[in-house]
Structure formats: C-alpha cells, structure tokens
Design a protein around this ligand. Structure first.
Ligand SMILES: NC(=O)c1ccc[n+]([C@@H]2O[C@H](COP(=O)([O-])OP(=O)(O)OC[C@H]3O[C@@H](n4cnc5c(N)ncnc54)[C@H](O)[C@@H]3O)[C@@H](O)[C@H]2O)c1
Length: 352
C-alpha cells in the first residue's frame, strides 16, 4: 500500500488549497483536519474528499474564503452563520469558541447554520479533549436514511461524536454516523462492485438489500439499531437546524455535498464543550477517564476475543503508526489524491 508522511500530506493539501486561492490560514485548518482524519484511519472522511470540495467551490456551491460569523452570543453560547464556508473551517472555529466559553463559564455551546460537510465529527470533539474538556459534536446532513416503517429516505444519518481526555491514549472518543455505517462506505462498495451486508441499506420498497448498485438513486441507509438510531438522528436535528433556525435534514433544504456541487450544502453543526474542572478540580477528569478506560480494557474477554478496546483507541493506534511509518493510503484515496495532484499540477509526495 502507498504511504505518505503526515506532514507531507498536510503540505500537499495546503498547496492545493492555496493554489485554488484559499487564504493560507484557512488552508492550514482544512488540511490539518483532513490529514489527521486519514492518520486516524478514517479514510472515508479525510483527504479523499478534498478534490470534491474544490470542485464544489468551483461550481459555486461552497465559498472557499468565507468564514463563519457570530450572529448572537451570550457568556456560554453563540449562534454562528457558516456563510457557506468550508465545513472544516466552521468546525474548528465553532469548537474553539465553545471551548473558550466553557473555560469561562463551565460549559460552552456553539451552533452553526449554513455550513458545509465537515468530514469526521470526532476531530472537533478532540479539540475539546486536547484542552482537558469533554467535547460533544453533532451535524445534520442531507436525507439519506429511512425511519422504521418508511419506504425511502426520511432524514440524515446525522453524525455524533464525543471525546474526553485520558492518559494512556490522548482521549476516549466515539465518532459515528447514526446509520449502521457511513454512506461513503456504501458508495465505495458500489464503486468496487461488491455486495454489502443486508443491514446497511434498504431498497426502493423499504426492504433490506445486499445490492448497493442502486443507492443513492433508490433506497436509503438503515438507522443504527433501528428505532434507537432513528430517535437519536431526530435529536441531532433538534439541537442543530430546529434549534438554530437553519435547515433540518427533513426540510428539503440540505443538498448532497457529493451530488449537488453547484448548490450550498446548508448543513448545521452544534459543538458543546464542558470544563469538568469546575466540578472535580483541575486535571482530575483525565485520571477519572483513564480509570474508566482501564476498567473496560481489563473486563473478562468473550471466548475467542483477543482484546477489548475503548472508543477511539483503534484510531489512536492508527495515528501513532501513521506518525512512525507514514499514513497507509488505500487505493480509492490514492486515486482521488492523484486526480487532485494532476488537476493542480503539484506533486503527490507518496512513497513505497
Ligand atoms: N460529516 C458528515 O456529514 C458525516 C456523515 C456521516 C458520517 N460521518 C463520519 O463518518 C465516519 C465513520 O462513521 P461510522 O458510523 O462508519 O463509524 P464506525 O462504525 O466505523 O465507528 C467508528 C467509531 O467506533 C469506535 N469503535 C470501532 N470499533 C470499536 C471497538 N471494537 N471497540 C470500541 N470502539 C470501537 C471507533 O473508535 C470510532 O469511534 C465518522 O468519522 C463520522 O463522523 C460524517
């Protein structure tokens, strides 16, 4: 498998974005988020998508140099307009502001409307954990998931992530879509001509199928754990678009960031940071999270099980390996990066 050093991949993305005309400080934010996501091993939401974001900006569906702005705020909250800026820029600025407010008041909530696809939600939750806080992040997305009993797409598979600082790993963090899998995994199986488990999508009649070849034109993603994933996705819409006056995944105002390049994506995000030092004292949270993690890892194992992971542990192991050996780049990501390199006339710093 091809490999690229983390810093080299980041510089490649910065070069591509600056060549496209993005301000250096915004290019650095975007490149850092996407590269770290690949280093975690979450390749479906990393640098693979950069070429598509650039194409979207060219088609008029995303404003490369826009930045989110505060519309209303109080000591512990803010409402921001994303101004159709790059989703990564909205994500980083939103969570940084939530953390700033939390450090003053104990809790900070920032909600953003009119944003774009921000990639992996876990990146932003980890901004809070790096500052010793608990981070919670949600985003609504275009409708791609069904509701129990519904025939077709009803609402988004609205991702949700949390992170808390620990000691043996930088954080305990969960980063998931509320469908059984993220839709980009279905696109990948379709592109590779592979069948999928019958728990991933439903067909045009609302019935489970193993054939991804008609998705997304027909059918919908299945909610994670049936009514539970569905109910949580409704909650995400409540604390994003419903609550902040922006688009909801059911409103018909969120267009696919992959398929509708010329239209604003219009998604909403909400970022919550909690400064637990206000409750239990400075630096205590990481130790208590670590104690919990150790308890989980040392549980009696099921027959045949080698190991019990804490949420996020697999990603941190991938990250450490990427730091040591470079990021292993899957074929689909490599293909997309090569396309970007050719388009921008810059060299892809790949080795192996
Ligand atoms: N921006 C968007 O519009 C959007 C939409 C959907 C999904 N996404 C992103 O897609 C990505 C993938 O989502 P997904 O639902 O396919 O994730 P997934 O099912 O691969 O689950 C990943 C999470 O589960 C944890 N995990 C996995 N195996 C584990 C184990 N054995 N023990 C403990 N924890 C374990 C991981 O640490 C990680 O936190 C996420 O980064 C999500 O934010 C983004």
């Amino acid at each position: 498998m091809a490999r690229i050093k983390i810093q080299d991949l980041k510089n490649f993305c910065i070069n591509a974005l600056e060549k496209e005309g993005m301000k250096p400080e915004l290019a650095v934010i975007t490149a850092t988020v996407l590269t770290k996501t690949d280093a975690y091993g979450t390749h479906s939401h990393g640098t693979k998508n950069l070429h598509n974001y650039i194409k979207k900006a060219r088609a008029g569906g995303l404003t490369l140099n826009a930045e989110p702005e505060i519309i209303k705020e109080g000591p512990s909250y803010a409402l921001m307009d994303g101004n159709n800026a790059m989703g990564m820029v909205c994500g980083v600025m939103g969570m940084e502001l939530a953390c700033k407010k939390a450090s003053e008041t104990g809790v900070g909530l920032v909600t953003i409307r009119n944003s774009n696809h921000f990639g992996a939600a876990g990146y932003y939750a980890n901004i809070a954990s790096e500052k010793g806080m608990i981070g919670f992040v949600v985003s609504n997305v275009d409708p791609n998931m069904n509701a129990p009993g519904a025939r077709s797409k009803a609402l988004g598979n609205n991702p949700i992530a949390y992170a808390a600082p620990a000691i043996s790993v930088p954080s305990v963090f969960l980063d998931i879509a509320l469908s059984n899998v993220a839709s980009l995994k279905v696109f990948k199986a379709r592109a590779e001509g592979k069948s999928i488990p019958d728990t991933w999508i439903v067909d045009k009649d609302g019935l489970p199928t193993t054939d991804p070849s008609r998705y997304p034109e027909e059918g919908a993603m299945q909610p994670m754990a049936g009514h539970k994933g569905y109910g949580l996705a409704v909650f995400v819409d409540l604390i994003t678009g419903v609550m902040n006056g922006g688009a909801t995944s059911m409103s018909g105002e969120i267009d696919s960031w992959v398929l509708s390049l010329d239209k604003p994506n219009n998604v909403c995000h909400t970022f919550i940071a909690i400064d637990a030092s206000k409750f239990i004292g400075e630096g205590v949270l990481a130790q208590r999270t670590e104690d919990m993690a150790q308890t989980l890892r040392s549980l009696p194992k099921a027959k045949g099980s080698q190991r019990i992971y804490t949420p996020g542990e697999i990603e941190w192991e991938n990250y450490r390996k990427s730091e040591r050996e470079g990021i292993s780049i899957p074929d689909d990501v490599l293909e997309s990066l090569k396309g970007l390199a050719e388009d921008m006339q810059i060299e892809l710093p790949v080795f192996d």
